[in-house]
Design a protein around this ligand. Structure first.
Ligand code: PMT
Length: 392
């Protein structure tokens, strides 16, 4: 069913970004309703939003032209999520203290669903303890706060206060809309991407992992309500919204990071493609050409998943396997040897599976079952993996 987003727009110069946000949400198939504070209409005309959304943009509580119902109540009942973006210091303070003196703030009080606040203001105002207290209060009341970014502000000051990027706002909306929050109160750790093993300051050994699979799992875990830590090898992907990301390079660094976060975790998913070998003695200076051939001496890397399996207490452990032959047989051996609760195997020979692509085709192995999954997007598969893991 089509979801409806209510966008509350208050009077910051970042109002123009709310227009782009509206347009992007509509392109994604959402129904969008907009309410503005009266001051915000001085930056952008309500007509801009109305033309995009095909709904009346309301900014006056006692507008005689709106339909004859109690509009702030009917709108609060219609929409699935309420995001205030940009949220000024004034609006934040009113919302935190139950002041309802215009249409936006009244509807906010009447709305019972997920609420998101995206502040945008000058750094000094944002850092002011009054505003910080009000933001903390809104968090306590269950609002999701999308932190502003650091950058050059309209007033030419440099600092925190820029409205979060539009894709971050959309990620927050999408996370808020996912129900039920089956992983609420759980700590999930995900590994993603390749590891790189240094040969010299110029060269390294690695593999084709883009990180897409692991990042999709981290995003999905956050959407399901978990506190998520992503331990990521080098990738070109943007860190997922709401997820604590620890960047590592080599297998040894990934192991050290995992040792720190593992004891306190509930679910661990090892989607990273960890190098099995590293150079025994990497050079600190660039290795020069000499002769027609050269050899590198490789030594075994620690098996991180096997270490986690050996030290498992309450955690549910999900490994991945990348296979090219005897797929299920090889994966079953890894499942048993590494003491996994679940193992997701992808076959590099299948079109649409494995490295770099946005889709995957996998089989999911548990102690008493092997389930072949159809081709699906990595986002869909991430949800399926987490739901299954949660059921174990
Ligand atoms: O990142 P993408 O481009 O989206 O690609 C996704 C993926 C193909 C990388 C992912 O779906 C995947 O299959 N990840 C695991 C790849 C892999 O290393 O498989 P493996 O069969 O070599 O390892 C088995 C398991 O042991 C894995 O969970 C791996 O993280 C872990 N392992 C491996 C070696 C090692 N030294 N330590 C480990 O922990």
């Amino acid at each position: 069913m089509q979801k409806c987003v209510l966008l509350g727009v208050s009077s910051s110069i970042a109002v123009y970004k709310a227009v782009q946000l509206t347009s992007d949400l509509l392109k994604k198939g959402y129904d969008v309703e907009v309410t503005m504070t009266e001051n915000a209409t001085k930056f952008v005309a309500p007509l801009t939003f109305s033309t995009l959304t095909k709904h009346n943009t309301i900014y006056q509580t006692f507008d005689e032209h709106t339909e004859y119902d109690i509009h702030h109540i009917s709108l609060a009942k219609k929409v699935d999520v309420f995001i205030v973006a940009p949220a000024t210091a004034n609006v934040i303070s009113k919302l935190a203290n139950g002041i309802a003196d215009d249409f936006l703030t009244t509807t906010f009080l009447a709305f019972k669903g997920p609420k998101i606040i995206a502040p945008a203001m000058n750094t000094a105002m944002y850092d002011n303890p009054i505003i910080q207290d009000n933001i903390a209060k809104l968090k306590e009341y269950g609002c999701m706060i999308v932190e502003p970014e650091v950058g050059l502000l309209a007033c030419k000051d440099e600092g925190r206060g820029k409205l979060a990027a539009i894709d971050t706002l959309i990620a927050a909306i999408e996370a808020a809309l996912i129900e039920p929050k089956t992983l609420k109160g759980k700590k999930v750790v995900v590994t993603a991407g390749p590891t790189i093993e240094k040969i010299d300051p110029v060269r390294f050994i690695s593999n084709h992992s883009s990180g897409k699979m692991g990042y999709a799992i981290a995003k999905a875990a956050f959407e399901l309500g978990a506190e998520v830590t992503l331990v990521s090898g080098p990738t070109s992907l943007k860190h997922p919204y709401g997820v604590k990301t620890i960047s590592v390079s080599s297998a040894n660094e990934m192991l050290e990071a995992m040792k720190k976060v593992y004891p306190d975790s509930d679910y661990v998913i090892m989607a990273a493609a960890v190098a099995d070998y590293r150079i025994e003695d990497p050079s600190d200076i660039k290795i020069k050409k000499s002769g027609d051939d050269m050899s590198l001496h490789l030594v075994r890397n620690p098996d991180i998943l096997a270490y986690l399996g050996e030290n498992k207490k309450r955690q549910k452990l999900c490994g991945f396997a990348m296979e090219t032959n005897d797929v299920i047989e090889n994966a079953r051996v890894k499942f048993l040897h590494k003491n996994c609760d679940m193992l997701v195997v992808n076959d590099l020979n299948e079109k649409g599976a494995g490295f770099k692509v946005d889709t995957n085709i996998v089989s999911i192995i548990t102690a008493d079952n092997i389930e072949k999954m159809p081709l699906m997007s990595k986002d869909e598969l991430a949800m399926a993996i987490l739901r299954k893991l949660g059921e174990l």
